[in-house]
Design a protein around this ligand. Structure first.
Ligand code: IVH
Length: 675
C-alpha cells in the first residue's frame, strides 16, 4: 500500500523534532520541552510507523528501544587498532613524557596539548557511513572487539544520524560510554527495591549494561557517551587538530565533554590537572585522571605509536581517594587457606567510586600497628581497582573507652584451635576442607573465572551446596544432579540445567588452569603457568621434589614447599584422582602455543624506568615472545632488561654475569621479531 505523502512528511517531521530534542537533552543539557511532550512525539511516531511499516528504517528514533535478544556478540576487527594509554604518576613523570615528545619529534617550542578528563567508562568505536551509524564495537583486546550495535542504538546521546556536513563518507568515532552518577544511583535504588544486587560502581554498571545480549535491558540503563577520537577515515578528511576535531564533532551532533582545554607548556598542563582534580567531586560523572594529547595531528603522526599506546598522549591519574568514616565493629573471616583475618565493619562510605562497608585489617600485628579500635573514626583509601584499606585512625576523634579487638583462640566456623606458625603474622585454622569456611572458599576459587570458570556457580549457590553437605570437595561438584539443583532456593529448572551443562563443558580445561584451581598456597596464575610449562604434565608436578620445583622460574623454597605439602596430603591426592575419574582433562603439552616463540623459556627481569613503554607493557611483549618475566635476579635469569636509573638489580646482574639489555637493544629485538 502506498504511503500518503502527508503521512511520510509527518513522519519526517516527527523524527527531526525528536532528534532535535535528543540533542538539546543529551548534548546541550538544556531540554526544551517536558518529558511528557517528548513521549507524545515518540508515541505519535510509533503509531504512524506501525500503520505504515514500510516507513520504518534503522535510523528512526523508535528503533532505540532495543530489539530481540542475541545469542552472542559478533566479533568486529578494528582496522585501525583501539589503543590504550600510558600512565604518568605525578608531575615529574608527565614532564618526562613532555621531554620525550619534544626530543623525539624535534619540536623546539613548548608543545600545545589538549587536556581532557579521563572518563571512567568503556571505550567504543562507532562506524558512520554516509552519516548513518552502522556498527558500534567495544574495544576488546584493541584488535578485535564485539559488535554491540543493538545496545548502542538504545543510548540516546549517540546520534543514529549525523547532523551538519563535511564529515567523511566512512569514518569511526571513538569515545567513552559511561554512566552518569545520578543515573547510577537511581539504577541501584531500583535494583535494591527489586531485591537485585547493586552495581559496585558506575564503570561496572556501564560495562554490564553495554554487554547485555538483550538490548531491551540496555535501553533501561542510563548510559551516556562522549567522543574523543577518530579511527578509520575514508572518503573525506578530518580537521587537523584535536581542538578542531572536537568542534567538528559538535557540529555533527556528537557529544563531547564539557571540560576540555587546550594549553601550552608543562606548567599550564599541571594547572589544568589541578583544576580538574579540584572539580572532580562536583562533576556529574566519574573521572579518574586527565588525558594529555598533543593537539596537532601532524605532530601526532610524526610521533607515532609504541606497542599499544600512542607516543603523543598520556594519562595522568588522580591520586587515591581518601574519606573518613566510623568503624562500627570488627569480626574475623576464615580464608581459603585457613588464614584468620580481622575485618572492620564500617559505616558505609563512598570512596574511589565504590561504597565501602568492610575493610580487611590483614592480621593482628597490622591492627596493633595502626592501633585500630572499635568506635574509632578511620581514614579509608581506595585507588583504582585496588581493595580499600584503612590508612590511619583519627586519634582526636577516639571515643572514651574504645576497645581493642581480641583475636579468637578457636575457628569461628569449625571451632578448631587456631595456630600461629613461628615467624608468621597470620593465625590459621588448620582444619582444611574439614572446615566449612575453607571448603566454601576452595570451591568458589575452583569455580572462579580464572580457574575452571564454571558459569552460573556463584558464591551464594556454593554456600548453599556446602551448607547442605552435598559438596565437600571440588570433586563433588561433578556428582550433582539437575533435579537436586532445581530443588534449591531461587533456582529454576533452566538455571539448574545450565549449571550441569557448564560442569560438563569445563571438564576439558588446561593444565595451568587446573593447577591454579586446586588452590595450592601461593600458587597464582603465573606460577601455575610456569609449573605447567616446565613439567608438561600433572604427574610430573605431583612427583617433583622441592629441589626440582625450585628450578622453575619464579618458584622459590617457600612455594616449592607448599606444592610438595599440597600433593603429599592424602585427601588432596584423592580429590585429584576423583576429578580425573570424572573426566577432567586437558591437552597434554601446556607450552604448545609458544613452541616457536623467539624467546621461548628465556627468563627476564625488568628494572629501572623505560621510556618507550611502561614495565607492564614490556612484560607483555616479552611474554608474547615466549619469555618468562620474574621479579628477582638469580643464576636462573637469562637477561636483565635495564631502563634508566636501574639500581641494585643492575649491580646484582653484573655480579652474577647476567647479560644486560638496554632499552634500545630491547626495541631492536622487538622490531626484528615484528611484535
Ligand atoms: S584516548 C589513543 N581520551 O582510557 C588514545 N581515552 O587508558 C586512546 N579514556 O581505552 C584513548 N577518557 O577507555 C582517550 N579523554 C579520553 C579518555 C580515554 C577515558 C579511556 C579509554 C581508553 C583508556 C586508555
Amino acid at each position: 500500500m502506498a504511503v500518503p505523502a502527508d503521512v511520510a512528511q509527518r513522519v519526517d517531521f516527527l523524527r527531526a523534532e525528536i532528534n532535535k530534542h535528543n540533542q538539546s537533552y543529551y548534548q546541550l543539557d538544556a531540554p526544551q520541552i517536558p518529558d511528557s511532550e517528548y513521549d507524545e512525539l515518540m508515541q505519535a511516531l510509533q503509531q504512524l510507523e506501525s500503520q505504515h511499516p514500510s516507513l520504518i528504517n534503522a535510523q528512526s528514533p523508535t528503533q532505540r528501544v532495543g530489539s530481540a535478544p542475541l545469542d552472542s556478540f559478533k566479533q568486529v576487527k578494528h582496522v585501525v587498532p583501539m589503543l590504550s594509554l600510558g600512565n604518568a604518576f605525578g608531575a615529574a613523570e608527565f614532564e618526562d613524557f613532555d621531554k620525550r615528545v619534544r626530543e623525539r619529534g624535534g619540536f623546539s617550542k613548548a608543545m600545545e596539548y589538549m587536556v581532557e578528563p579521563k572518563l571512567d567508562g568503556l571505550a567504543i568505536s562507532l562506524l558512520y557511513q554516509h552519516g548513518d551509524l552502522v556498527i558500534a564495537a567495544t574495544r576488546g583486546d584493541g584488535k578485535t572487539g564485539e559488535d554491540v550495535s543493538e545496545n548502542v542504538k538504545t543510548i540516546g546521546a549517540i546520534p543514529m544520524r549525523l547532523t551538519g556536513d563535511g564529515y567523511p563518507d566512512k569514518f569511526e568515532v571513538r569515545g567513552e560510554v559511561f554512566m552518569p552518577l545520578k543515573g547510577f544511583q537511581t539504577l541501584n535504588i531500583r535494583a535494591k527495591k527489586k531485591g537485585e544486587k547493586a552495581f559496585v560502581n558506575p564503570r561496572n554498571a556501564a560495562a554490564g549494561s553495554l554487554r547485555q545480549l538483550d538490548s531491551k535491558i540496555t535501553a533501561t540503563r542510563p548510559l551516556a557517551f562522549y567522543s574523543y577520537g577518530i579511527g578509520l577515515v575514508e572518503g573525506g578528511a578530518i580537521p587537523s587538530t584535536q581542538k578542531t576535531l572536537f568542534e567538528a564533532f559538535k557540529r555533527w551532533g556528537l557529544p563531547v565533554c564539557d571540560q576540555l582545554v587546550t594549553v601550552k607548556g608543562i606548567e599550564a598542563c599541571d594547572r589544568a590537572y589541578q583544576v580538574l582534580l579540584e572539580k572532580r567531586e562536583r562533576l556529574p560523572y566519574e573521572i579518574d585522571g586527565v588525558v594529555y594529547k598533543v593537539n596537532d595531528f601532524e605532530q601526532q603522526r610524526e610521533l607515532g605509536f609504541v606497542s599499544r599506546a600512542p607516543r603523543w598522549a598520556i594519562a595522568r591519574k588522580f591520586p587515591a581517594q581518601e574519606k573518613t568514616t566510623k568503624l562500627v565493629s570488627i569480626d574475623v573471616q576464615v580464608g581459603r587457606t585457613g588464614a584468620i583475618t580481622p575485618v572492620a565493619r564500617l559505616e558505609p562510605v563512598f570512596v574511589g567510586g565504590v561504597t565501602v562497608t568492610n575493610v580487611t585489617l590483614h592480621n593482628e600485628d597490622e591492627m596493633r600497628k595502626k592501633d585500630v579500635r572499635i568506635g574509632d573514626t578511620v581514614v579509608v583509601r581506595r585507588a583504582g581497582d585496588v581493595i580499600p584499606e584503612i590508612v590511619s585512625v583519627v586519634s582526636d576523634k577516639r571515643p572514651a573507652g574504645a576497645q581493642l579487638f581480641k583475636m579468637p583462640n578457636h575457628c569461628p566456623v569449625c571451632d578448631t584451635k587456631l595456630e600461629r606458625t613461628e615467624g608468621e603474622a597470620v593465625l590459621r585454622c588448620g582444619a582444611g576442607l574439614y572446615c566449612q569456611a575453607q571448603t566454601k572458599a576452595a570451591i568458589k576459587h575452583f569455580a572462579s573465572r580464572r580457574a575452571l570458570d564454571i558459569e552460573g556457580l556463584g558464591d551464594k549457590l556454593v554456600e548453599q551446596l556446602v551448607d547442605k553437605g552435598w559438596v565437600k570437595s571440588p570433586a563433588n561438584l561433578f556428582e550433582l544432579k539437575q533435579e537436586q539443583l532445581a530443588g534449591l532456593d531461587r533456582m529454576a529448572d533452566k538455571s539448574a540445567k545450565n549449571i550441569i551443562d557448564a560442569l560438563e563443558k569445563v571438564r576439558l580445561t588446561t593444565l595451568p588452569r587446573f593447577l591454579y584451581a586446586l588452590g595450592i598456597r601461593e600458587v597464582g596464575e603465573v606460577t601455575a603457568n610456569s609449573l605447567a610449562s616446565h613439567f608438561g604434565n600433572l604427574q610430573a608436578v605431583m612427583d617433583a621434589s622441592t629441589e626440582e620445583l625450585e628450578r622453575v622460574a619464579d618458584v622459590g623454597p617457600i612455594v616449592a614447599q607448599h606444592v610438595v605439602t599440597f600433593f603429599s596430603d592424602r585427601h588432596n591426592a584423592e580429590v585429584i584422582e576423583r576429578l580425573l575419574r570424572f573426566g577432567i582433562r586437558w591437552e597434554n603439552v601446556a607450552v604448545r602455543v609458544l613452541e616457536d616463540a623467539p624467546l621461548l623459556n628465556q627468563v627476564f627481569v625488568i628494572t629501572g624506568s623505560l621510556l618507550e613503554m611502561n614495565r607492564d607493557q614490556a612484560k607483555e611483549v616479552l611474554q608474547a615472545m615466549g619469555a618468562k618475566v620474574t621479579s628477582s635476579i638469580s643464576k636462573k635469569t637469562d637477561f636483565l632488561l635495564a631502563g634508566e636509573e636501574a639500581g641494585s638489580k643492575l649491580k646484582k646482574a653484573q655480579d652474577l654475569g647476567v647479560p644486560i639489555l638496554s632499552e634500545s637493544d630491547f626495541m631492536k629485538l622487538i622490531k626484528s621479531n615484528h611484535v
